[in-house]
Design a protein around this ligand. Structure first.
Ligand SMILES: Cc1cc2nc3c(=O)[nH]c(=O)nc-3n(C[C@H](O)[C@H](O)[C@H](O)COP(=O)(O)OP(=O)(O)OC[C@H]3O[C@@H](n4cnc5c(N)ncnc54)[C@H](O)[C@@H]3O)c2cc1C
Length: 865
């Protein structure tokens, strides 16, 4: 057949295979096995000449896993679990490679793997609905589906060192180590880099080399792995019930059955904290510090206590104080760069023939033929070892020339950072899957668990498509945009984006600075992927003989920490408040207040009493630490006019005080049902008049008074503004209303959309309103300020509403009505938040920007002339 005929035949032909999988590491091997089991035809293409992936390439001395091998292994084959015994807690590279080879043999995988073949390019053929995959052998394979199992850490980064390539001696790369090994005996050796591979190899190279010089740009947190035989406790935990053990790993945050820290670092004494850190240190487990307290990876002060502790350990090991100092990380929070565990890493720097060059002080000027010149010195070497890391997570994917619909290049689509749906798929690239792709937990987890979950999801998806006679799948732009947003939302509430790490792409010059993995945890992530399937592949469009269909939508709409809070509440089985008696509801609010983080320190807190409309009212004054006098904010707590107190809103008041620099006076008001409408607003107005009249005595600036409130308290604040306007005073500089109750109309869309499941339910709003006001009174503007005859002349306002709140639309309506009446009113809608989340200081970190905006508005109102 002529070449032209061959090409025409191939152009019109259908797929030769159901699936092409690229990569024969942990992921590719299991993908192949799974696809075979489901009856799909599949081939794996692998550039190496054998299986193993990471464990094929990384043969440097000391290479081993740092998640315990019992955990870092497949769970899909119970027989394999029984027959394979790991010789150490953290197995060496040769042992892991043997394991993967054994898996390949046991399941006869090699016959469907084409080794020593690189996938160079892949093009989506829209007419034939298949991928055309071109390999380094010059051939093309046509497959319906294309799965990249190319690994997150498989493309070594080209060292960005001046003079790279000039060295005339031996050069080695940890990620591409020669199979025959390297003999360092009697040699002068340089190691460039101090990441995981360097930390593992340096102690072993030092044993052989005549001289070892380590060039360090960024010191890393490392600590002893205490490697040895698998502990009896671990073995027993696994052997007793392997299935339960694996289930616990799948339902954990990082894919290892480890109890997560629920307590915050500063909820315990310093002595208890240090004891916990000693325990984490002694455990030798990579994830132990991250799990020590709930806020290690989100609270800078909590994280700093870990950093101090670990720096102390480094100083206690490294004898030379200057070297110890240089080896102590100071430019990133613990865990925000991948931490290491080691065997005698820091001890190695006590050896007389080992030295450290701190490149921050003495940068590399150039690699030379003989060695390395720094700004101040010249070094001669026989060997240079480059431990310079990987183009992580996206590198191996975009290094293949992948073109989707209309020739769109994946590298172009991801030029500003990867965009995926679930880290598995990407729009414009039908029938394309990435195992542990960017936007999935991947490198933040035990990868064995994450790989199995992805492989099983893809397998299930392909089987469902076959059953439903569909042959093209692609995520929708809506789903993808929302997922990217969700991934970013998660990163934003953590400390991760603050580090120049490979998680952020910061190690590769020119790579966009985007947080690449998904921080929500493998448990939550798995639930999300399962939910997508359960909701009929939400966010995916399909096509095929059965026709086209699309179930567009967004799977994670809540902020990640809000979703976690709701899950935790669901697990606790807290009864709905409206099912309680008023007394029990009040007791419940008091009990939950006692469990929260306290909020920030303020300068002073004073409790007092002021005259209300019908007797004394308790108030609590929060004074900033700065010298006064200050503007004053009269604050009204939430609680549906029925429950709540200064205590219940204490953290929010502290936060507002610190952020706004104003005195916050949190005023109690009489509660329903004992004192029904209009007791609360009459008390509120009386309190504001008293505060205005007594501003100087309170330490405030007379005339500088704003009001603020949350929920029913925001209703009180809004009504007080109207009463003050109508009474000709006192002057109120501004109003900040957080999720205010402004009306009595339950027909608004936000009640239908959010009336169930987000703590404040429609039933609870009714319960509150029934306790507060008679039906005849509810339309009174003193109960429903939106119904005032005029809103003109009211103080400037910031109205904050939350997306998943029944009160959302009445808050938005109030903001719009104020603006229509000529009031300087700003509406701040908070995406992914619920009615109760913004006041949860130090719990809902994603609420901090809204709290900051509220404080900024107060500051602005009080600064106005
Ligand atoms: C030194 C080191 C230690 C690690 N330790 C741990 C640990 O303790 N715990 C943990 O969870 N994770 C660890 N990791 C992460 C590790 O990469 C994963 O756990 C896991 O091995 C990844 O498996 P994979 O199959 O997804 O990718 P890989 O193992 O990276 O395999 C990908 C394969 O794809 C091939 N490939 C890539 N592109 C192409 C192409 N275009 N054409 C053909 N073939 C291609 C590569 O040659 C490679 O063999 C470690 C990584 C390194 C580098």
């Amino acid at each position: 057949m002529s070449a032209a005929m061959e090409s025409a035949r191939s152009a019109s032909a259908g797929p030769e295979l159901d699936v092409v999988v690229v990569g024969a590491g942990f992921a590719g091997l299991y993908m192949l096995h799974r696809l075979r089991g489901l009856g799909f035809s599949a081939k794996v293409i692998e550039s190496a000449d054998d299986v193993g992936g990471t464990w094929y390439w990384n043969r440097y001395p000391g290479a081993r896993c740092d998640i315990e091998s019992i955990d870092y292994s497949y769970s899909f084959d119970p027989e394999l679990q029984r027959e394979w015994q790991w010789s150490e807690r953290y197995a060496t590279q040769p042992e892991i490679l043997r394991y993967l080879g054994h898996v390949a043999d046991k399941h006869d995988l090699r016959r469907d793997i084409r080794f020593s073949t690189r996938v160079e390019a892949a093009r989506w053929d829209d007419d034939a609905s298949l991928w055309r995959i071109r390999t380094s052998r010059g051939d093309e394979i046509r497959a319906r589906f294309y799965v990249m199992a190319t690994g997150c850490l498989s493309l070594p980064k080209t060292p960005d060192v001046p003079g790279y390539g000039r060295f005339a001696g031996e050069s080695y790369y940890t990620g591409r180590w020669p199979h025959q090994g390297v003999d360092f005996s009697g040699k002068r050796v340089a190691v460039i880099g101090t990441g995981s591979s360097a930390v593992q190899s340096i102690p072993i190279i030092a044993r052989q080399a005549a001289e070892l010089t380590v060039f360090q740009r960024t010191p890393n947190f490392s600590r002893p792995a205490f490697n040895g035989p698998v502990t009896d406790a671990k073995k027993a935990a696994f052997d007793t019930d392997p299935a339960a053990y694996r289930a616990a790993a799948r339902l954990s945050g990082a894919g290892v059955p480890l109890e997560p820290g629920l307590v915050r670092a500063f909820q315990v004494s310093e002595a208890e904290r240090l004891a916990k850190y000693e325990e984490a240190y002694a455990s030798g487990e990579l994830l132990a510090f991250g799990a020590a307290f709930a806020d290690i990876l989100s609270n800078p002060e909590a994280n700093a206590t870990v950093c101090d502790f670990l720096r102390g350990k480094i100083r206690s090991i490294v004898r030379d104080p200057e070297t110890a100092e240089a080896l102590s990380p100071k430019d990133h929070f613990y865990g925000t760069k991948r931490p290491c565990i080691d065997t005698s890493y820091f001890e190695t720097f006590n050896l007389p023939h080992v030295r450290l060059v701190d490149l921050r002080k003495d940068p590399i000027a150039s690699i030379t033929e003989q060695g390395i010149d720094t700004a101040t010195r010249s070094f001669a070497f026989d060997v240079i070892v480059f431990a310079t890391g990987f183009d992580a997570m996206t590198g191996a994917i975009v290094s293949v020339d992948i073109a989707g619909r209309n020739g769109l290049a994946l590298a172009d689509k991801w030029a500003d950072g990867p965009k995926t749906y679930l880290g598995l798929t990407t729009t414009g690239f039908p029938n394309f899957f990435a195992i542990t792709g960017p936007g999935s937990p991947s490198v933040l987890s035990n990868m064995a668990v994450s790989i199995e979950q992805h492989v099983e999801w893809v397998g299930r998806c392909l089987a469902d498509m076959r059953e439903q006679r569909l042959d093209v799948i692609e995520p929708t732009p809506t789903a993808e945009t929302a997922w990217v947003q969700h991934v970013n939302d998660g990163a934003e509430i953590s400390l991760f984006p603050r580090a120049n790490s490979w998680y952020m792409g910061a190690n590769v010059p020119g790579k966009p600075r985007v947080f690449l993995p998904y921080i929500g945890g493998v448990d939550r992530y798995r639930k999300t992927c399962d939910e997508v399937i359960r909701r009929d592949y939400l966010g995916f469009a399909f096509d095929g003989p059965a026709g086209a269909r699309c179930n567009d939508g967004v799977v994670c709409r809540l902020q990640p920490d809000v979703a976690m809070l709701l899950d935790a509440l669901a697990e606790l089985g807290v009864p709905p408040m409206e099912s309680l008696s008023v007394e029990d509801a009040r007791r419940f609010v008091i009990a939950s207040a006692a469990l929260r983080p306290p909020g920030p320190e303020v300068g002073e807190i004073v409790d007092g009493e002021l005259p209300g409309a019908a007797g004394g009212l308790a108030y609590r004054l929060y004074r900033p630490a700065s010298p006064g006098p200050h503007g004053i904010v009269a604050y009204f707590h939430g609680g549906g006019w029925v429950v709540g107190s200064a205590d219940s809103d204490d953290p929010l008041c502290r936060d507002l005080c610190v952020r706004s620099g104003a005195i916050v006076v949190s005023v109690d008001y009489r509660h329903a049902p004992e004192a029904r409408f209009p007791a609360a607003v009459d008390d509120g107005f009386a309190a504001v008049r008293w505060i205005a009249a007594n501003a100087a005595m309170l330490g405030g600036v007379p005339g500088k008074l704003a009001v603020c409130g949350w929920s029913a308290g925001a209703n009180v604040a809004a009504v007080v503004c109207q009463l003050a306007r109508d009474a000709g005073g006192p002057a109120i500089a501004g109003q900040v209303l957080l999720t205010p109750a402004t009306d009595c109309d339950f027909t608004r869309a936000s009640y239908a959309e959010n009336g169930d499941g987000y703590v404040l339910t429609t039933a609870l709003v009714r319960w509150f309103r029934d306790h507060y006001a008679d039906p005849a009174d509810r339309r009174n503007p003193k109960a429903s300020p939106l119904r005032a005859h005029s809103l003109a002349g009211l103080p400037p306002a910031l109205i904050v509403t939350c997306e998943f709140d029944p009160l959302r639309d009445e808050g938005a309506a109030y903001a719009a009505a104020l603006a229509a009446a000529g009031v300087d009113a700003r509406h701040l809608p908070c995406r992914g938040q619920i009615h109760t989340s913004i006041p949860m200081v130090d719990v809902i970190l994603s609420g901090a920007p809204a709290r900051q905006e509220m404080a900024a508005a107060l500051r602005r109102f009080l600064a106005a002339p």
